[in-house]
Design a protein around this ligand. Structure first.
Ligand SMILES: *Cc1c(COP(=O)(O)O)cnc(C)c1O
Length: 358
């Protein structure tokens, strides 16, 4: 079967070894005589799957024992509401606006309290991470929110703000497990799985123990972290197959040496592409060099017709989903953990050939 190099921003490429394993186990999981999809979420077999998924994620991210790991429905977008419903006790939060997702998170939080936008990079279409002045941080805020990797524009925080006692909360959807993060720097981390972990359908929340248990009045049961913690993510039926796939991806990562090893691999992959963009006479990267994402690489030729021709011809060459986000145009290559180095090399080779011909 022919596979293309899929540069989609999400749902995105998965390791072929993981897909093959899932295929083998699809009809009958181990000795269960049935598919994971047909299995009770209360069964012993599924219990083992979700337990070991959690245990492996803890190992991969070195998650301290005073943090809970949850597997929830509703994507990263539900977390835009769930975070304020659980954390906005004084009714105030700080936000750094570095793109569409940060904006959406802030808009949702504003339904529950006061949102202080400490900085924004909207003035240059989010092509950089703004300098932060701690003097503008609210020391009494309930939390401080950043989007650590900006999927749409291709920027990332290379260092974390020091928020003192105010819990740092991050949307890590597009960079979780791509580089080493110190979990203890955060109060809460959330991520949709479909960028760098598994199929769509499951969102991961890593939350410090002292931040749960005091929801805003009217918070639905399903939006209360404590309920999910007490029920080990089995309050209702979790997205069982997506959790199973995430577990296979965690296993794959551990077999490859964990996050520090994949980070090195990701840095090498990203450098292949950025180094070429820096010398190319046709293509150029769209974001400030110091803030470049390792996962989402945005670039343009400067001519929308040439961009369209490039995307079309790349697709014919088996390099697919290279269009930039509908809000920005141009090109974007998402090179998540599962994108092999060969895929990035094939893209760079194709760009070189296209440049000579155009
Ligand atoms: C994709 C993405 C989202 C949206 O995720 P859903 O699971 O579709 O809700 C939010 N934040 C970031 C940073 C993303 O990349």
């Amino acid at each position: 079967m022919d596979r293309v190099y899929n540069f989609s921003a999400g749902p995105a490429v998965l390791p072929v070894e993981v897909l093959e394993k899932a295929q083998k186990q699809l009809i009958a999981y181990e000795t269960a005589g049935m598919s994971i999809m047909e299995m009770s979420h209360r069964s012993a077999a599924f219990g083992e799957i979700i337990e070991s998924a959690q245990e492996m994620l803890r190992r991969l991210m070195n998650i301290p024992s005073n943090y809970h790991v949850l597997f929830l429905h509703g994507g990263a977008s539900s977390q835009f509401s769930m975070v304020p419903m659980n954390l906005m006790r004084q009714g105030k939060a700080d936000f750094v606006i570095t793109g569409q997702w940060a904006k959406k998170a802030a808009e949702e939080a504003a339904r529950y309290g006061q949102v202080n936008k400490v900085a924004s990079s909207a003035d240059r279409t989010f092509a950089y991470i703004p300098e932060l002045d701690p003097g503008t941080f609210d020391p009494d805020a309930d939390y401080f929110h950043i989007t650590v990797n900006n999927t749409i524009y291709g920027t990332r925080f290379t260092s974390l703000p020091d928020t003192g006692k105010v819990p740092l909360v991050t949307d890590m959807s597009s960079s979780i497990l791509s580089e080493v993060y110190d979990v203890s720097r955060f109060g809460l981390i959330y991520a949709g799985a479909q960028k760098n972990i598994g199929p769509a359908g499951v969102a991961i929340v890593i939350v410090r123990d002292d931040l749960i248990g005091a929801t805003l009045p009217g918070t639905p049961t399903m939006f209360d972290y404590k309920v999910h913690v007490e029920n080990k993510s089995l309050y209702n039926t979790p997205p069982t197959f997506a959790v199973y796939m995430a577990k296979l991806v965690f296993e794959w990562l551990l077999e490859r040496g964990g996050v520090s090893a994949i980070q090195q691999h990701n840095e090498e992959k990203a450098a292949l592409l950025y180094d070429f963009l820096d010398i190319s006479k046709l293509f150029r990267g769209t974001v400030d060099k110091k803030d470049r994402s390792l996962m989402n690489v945005s670039f343009v030729t400067g001519n929308p017709d040439v961009d369209a021709k490039f995307i079309k011809e790349a697709k014919q060459a088996g390099l697919v989903n290279l269009s930039g986000h509908r809000s920005v145009g141009g090109m974007r290559a998402s090179i998540y953990n599962a994108m092999p180095r060969e895929g990035v090399m094939a893209l760079v080779d194709f760009m070189k050939t296209f440049e000579m011909q155009n």
